[in-house]
Design a protein around this ligand. Structure first.
Ligand SMILES: Nc1nc2c(ncn2[C@@H]2O[C@H](COP(=O)(O)OP(=O)(O)OP(=O)(O)O)[C@@H](O)[C@H]2O)c(=O)[nH]1
Ligand SMILES: [Mg+2]
Length: 312
């Protein structure tokens, strides 16, 4: 088994899409080889990650589609991870995604994978960090992650991405003033998509004003108008992304936050492995017989002994 997973890892590194797809499945489902793979990833191999988030139906997939066409002309090799919205209302759009992106399925420079956002209530798929780490092993120039901007996911994607694009549509024009502070914080580039619609100009102006107010050291977040369906503004968007990535080579502070949280979770999982439910139950049953039983003192004592075992 160890040999097989090592071979799979080597094949991922040399660019086999088949191996990558298999690797993702292993990681997503915690199959045999999962731990070996996760502990053998190269930390410093980092294709840049671009996050695209925004409300349902803002045109994110259409935009990714248009960006792919642009990047393909530059001979780039790209992976797209689409995190499926779990809401049944998005099911139709989901099928739409498949159809729109299907023209790329046979392209040797484009790898597309959908992930279910199961489990993580309103947030990104619990496995998205691991899956991204595996995709980073493959020789891509860029990795694009599309998520629906609801709840926690926008914040998480900012931790995962080197550059976060927040896509908004004219329908949101009047709401910009009330936009959640969170979305302002995570956007590295704003896109006003569906610029062919009425009120696009209002949203654009409002965002520019907001970007001006929130400028850091005189640097404003770029706001770009696009019509993803006909490709207008896509070149400008791709240029803005390239420019941002060139100017920001360091890991974003939010990435450290995300990794710390992840590390914390991994430690919890690791720690809990040393705790047998049966043993806990038996010891608890015995301790309960004592007249001075105290659950909190018992827990502290039990955990202390379990941790000593982990350390050993
Ligand atoms: N008029 C117009 N329609 C657009 C534009 N971009 C996308 N659309 C349409 O908007 C609809 C939703 O587009 P998607 O790309 O599926 O949007 P999405 O943000 O990926 O949607 P979810 O993934 O479900 O959140 C589709 O019918 C698109 O054809 C645009 O610039 N102008
Ligand atoms: Mg989509």
């Amino acid at each position: 088994m160890r040999h097989n997973i090592k071979q799979l890892h080597d094949d991922i590194k040399t660019g086999s899409f088949l191996a990558l797809a298999r690797g993702i499945t292993i990681v997503e489902n915690g199959l045999e080889g999962y731990e070996w793979l996760m502990t053998h990833l190269r930390e410093n191999h980092r294709p840049r990650v671009i996050g695209i988030t925004g409300p349902p139906g803002a045109g994110k997939s259409t935009m990714v589609n248009a960006l792919l066409q642009h990047w393909l002309k530059e001979n780039k090799k790209i992976a797209v991870i689409a995190v499926d919205p779990s809401s049944p209302f998005n099911y139709g759009a989901l099928l739409g995604d498949r159809i729109r992106m299907s023209e790329f399925y046979s392209n040797p420079n484009i790898f597309i994978r959908s992930l279910a956002s199961r489990g993580a209530l309103g947030g990104l798929s619990a496995k998205i960090i691991e899956v991204t780490e595996v995709v980073k092993e493959a020789p891509f120039d860029l990795i694009v992650i599309e998520t629906v901007g609801v709840g926690q996911s926008e914040v998480e994607i900012a931790g995962l991405a080197d550059c976060t694009i927040v896509a908004l549509v004219p329908e949101a024009g009047d709401e910009v003033q009330t936009l959640k502070a969170g979305i302002m914080e995570i956007a590295n580039i704003f896109v006003v998509n569906k610029a062919d619609r009425e009120n696009a100009e209002t949203l654009y102006r409002n965002l520019r004003m907001l970007a001006h107010e929130k400028a850091i050291d005189g640097k404003e977040i770029p706001v770009i108008k696009t019509v993803a369906t006909d490709g207008s503004g896509i070149k400008e968007l791709a240029d803005a992304v390239a420019c941002y990535l060139t100017e920001n080579k360091e890991l974003p502070e939010k990435h450290l936050q995300l990794l710390t949280e992840k590390c914390w979770q991994l430690m919890q999982v690791q720690q809990m492995k040393s705790i047998s439910f049966e043993k806990l139950k038996n010891e608890l049953a015995a301790a309960l017989k004592s007249t001075d039983f105290n659950l909190y003192a018992f827990t502290k004592d039990f955990l202390g002994r379990a941790l000593v075992q982990v350390a050993e």
